[in-house]
Design a protein around this ligand. Structure first.
Ligand code: FEO
Ligand code: CA
Ligand code: CA
Ligand code: CA
Length: 655
């Protein structure tokens, strides 16, 4: 439990409690206090990006002060900027309209009952919109088209807040939770598919759609594929084959694949298990992933598979990337073990210029790593079924960042380097099940919590949100993680060889890297770095998810800005030119919430945003929440909801 004085409101630090981190291989860390200036200012002063603390102190915020050699700061984003704030509802920039598409408990599958918060059941929840919507994917209908106004929304349900879901509970009161409540929680996890349509400028959910579907932690059987499938370490009481698992948990971010499936992540899987992990044969493995003898959920009290002393291999069934075909209502979600096992924030796939599929994926923990997977097979644009198992066969790499601006990708291949029986790796399955330990041995660079890692579809540069790292010590900074502590995070660019867009080689073993921005309030934090023309509302904190529009502009969503006194929300910016890193505030969430997803439709006339954990403030409960967003009706609890932002009268977002 948090202490009463703990001001934290966002969920990831709630998971990453102080004792939850295992600092990894620190042998690569250089103590280089001025490296940030070497790697950052010299290049970016020329592009109009510089420290703004000093200039705002002199001139006041909102005045565009530029370095002498830089161009005037002008953004291609023309909306009138939203003001910082934090109150009981959401806000968007003038000229835009927010529509609530679907809320926790609303019907999804045909025949689902209406939401009844005082009479919840697992059976109802398994047919309704789940809790804490996160990843959002827009997949057009028909499949393979670029239809902007009719498609499927594929959305993750990451986790549950029992104190906000059920009456009479305070946060952490696991002993009071009934089996029925636990089963509702399990049914509220997972994924959901809805069919949506736009009429005029209004979006709505198509009722009784044949595509509408829920995937849950309670009943949905998933398949395990790739090199770890069938391994002894994946065999459990309910699955002696090691190839199946019921459910998927802590589904955080994700991405669309070029062949029309979605990849969704299993992130903080470690918190769902009871029993003492040190008493199992997997003790070393489970320690590296942060499993504790104390569960954060009551599931193990009613479901033996979540008790590691009764079913010691069950945690090895989680921590994977899951691929799912939303166009086939009967498809079985597949855990793709070739992409490694860790606390995946998400994964984003790009087709390389040679046809191989490359998936970027971050491990969201302090001092953990960024990875990429490169397939052996080639994407076939003419036959969708030829791509079905392309993510089962290939090479997983982990990133090592050098202070001279090189990014090296180190292969995690069994039998090479230290990944041998001498270090207790007896197969590629072992390497994948203990991906973190394998990456430790290779000397990967411990990062400040990699969240979204996503290629810009226009430039081909890969952006990585590093949300924060309160545990990095000042003498343990490095060029890529130059602040200790890093309270507000940063955004990095990983630059594959090549000049632009599809010309770049995502399979290359060496990239370049840059820092795009250092988040935080520049009026208070001299290490914040943005375009010098930033306004007083333009700064952000704790970048988490990113999305790109068709112009290649980045839209950054945050998780943790309330610690800096503002609500979480979205900021947009150009990535090149005079508006580079000139972040502009577009949307903010109701109190207690973070903004997940975000996703544009195909012509960027709609911006989908998942509002997660509204009212998750200290002391806020179902009975007495800090906000009853979005319904504001007596007796109705706050409800995580999926929203869509459109321009009033229609048109492209941002321009
Ligand atoms: Fe679920 Fe790393 O955010
Ligand atoms: Ca996230
Ligand atoms: Ca994203
Ligand atoms: Ca986060």
């Amino acid at each position: 439990m948090r202490s009463m004085s703990d001001p934290k409101t966002h969920h990831d630090d709630d998971w990453d409690v102080d004792d939850d981190d295992i600092p990894s291989n620190l042998s690569t860390v250089e103590s280089i206090g001025d490296i940030m200036e070497q790697r950052y200012s010299r290049r970016d002063m020329l592009r109009g990006v510089t420290a703004v603390a000093a200039v705002t102190a002199v001139t006041g915020p909102g005045v565009g002060i530029m370095a002498g050699e830089a161009q005037a700061a002008t953004s291609s984003l023309t909306f009138s900027e939203l003001s910082h704030g934090n109150d009981e509802t959401h806000h968007v920039a003038d000229g835009y309209e927010v529509q609530t598409l679907i809320r926790w408990g609303d019907p999804v599958e045909p025949g689902a009952p209406a939401f009844d918060p005082m009479n919840q059941s697992a059976e109802a929840q398994a047919m309704q919109w789940g809790y804490n919507n996160d990843y959002v994917g827009y997949l057009p209908l028909p499949a393979g088209s670029d239809t902007p106004d009719h498609g499927l929304l594929c959305v993750n349900f990451e986790y549950t807040n029992h104190q906000l879901m059920f009456p009479g509970l305070q946060k952490g009161e696991l002993d009071k939770q009934t089996e029925a409540q636990v089963d509702v929680e399990m049914a509220a996890h997972g994924h959901g598919v809805i069919e949506i349509r736009r009429d005029g400028n209004t979006w709505s959910v198509v009722a009784e759609s044949p595509y509408a579907r829920r995937i849950t932690a309670l009943t949905t059987e998933c398949r395990v594929s790739g090199p770890a499938a069938g391994h002894d370490r994946l065999k459990t009481n309910s699955d002696p084959t090691g190839t199946r698992v019921v459910g998927t948990i802590n589904n955080c971010a994700g991405g669309r694949t070029p062949w029309g499936t979605v990849l969704f992540a299993e992130e903080n899987f470690h918190g769902y298990f009871g029993g003492d992990p040190s008493k199992t044969a997997e003790a070393r493995n489970y320690k590296r992933y942060g499993l504790k003898a104390k569960s954060r959920y009551a599931w193990f009290r009613y479901h033996d598979r979540f008790n590691v002393e009764k079913d010691p291999n069950e945690p090895n069934k989680f921590g994977w990337m899951v691929e799912f075909d939303p166009y086939d209502p009967n498809s079985v979600p597949v855990k793709r073990t070739a992409l490694g096992r860790f606390k995946h924030e998400g994964a984003t796939v790009v087709v390389n210029k040679d046809g191989r599929a490359v998936a970027y994926t971050g491990d969201d923990q302090r001092f953990d790593y960024v990875y990429k997977f490169v397939s052996n097979g080639r994407y076939d644009p003419n036959n969708r079924s030829n791509n079905t198992d392309i993510l089962d066969d290939g090479t997983l790499y982990v990133g090592k960042f050098h202070s001279d601006g090189r990014l090296q990708w180190l292969p995690l291949v069994w039998g090479t380097g230290p990944l041998t029986p001498a270090n207790d790796f007896h197969s590629q399955a072992d390497v994948l099940i203990e991906t973190r330990r394998a990456a430790d041995l290779l000397g990967a660079t411990p990062m400040d919590r990699p969240e979204d890692v996503e290629p810009n579809p226009v430039t081909g540069v890969v952006y990585m949100a590093l949300t924060n790292n309160s545990k990095r010590k000042a003498d343990k900074v490095d060029a890529a993680n130059p602040r200790g502590p890093n309270k507000t995070g940063h955004v990095m660019e990983m630059i594959p060889p090549g000049t632009m867009g599809a010309d770049r080689d995502h399979a290359a073993l060496e990239f370049k890297w840059e820092i795009f921005l250092m988040a935080g309030n520049p009026a208070k934090d001299g290490s914040a770095r943005y375009n010098a023309g930033i306004s007083s509302n333009g700064w952000l904190a704790s970048p988490d998810n990113v999305a790109f529009d068709n112009e290649g502009r980045i839209w950054i969503a945050t998780d943790g800005a309330p610690k800096e006194g503002i609500a979480d929300g979205v900021w947009g910016a150009d990535v090149d030119g005079p508006g580079r890193a000139l972040t502009r505030h577009f949307f903010r969430t109701p109190m207690g919430a973070e903004l997940c997803g975000p996703e544009f439709n195909t012509d960027c006339t709609a911006y989908f945003a998942a509002i997660q954990h509204p009212a998750d403030n200290k002391g806020s409960t179902f009975d007495n929440p800090s906000t009853r967003w979005p319904d504001f009706t007596d007796g109705m609890p706050p409800r995580p909801s999926l929203q869509v932002v459109v321009k009033k009268g229609g048109g492209t977002i941002g321009t």
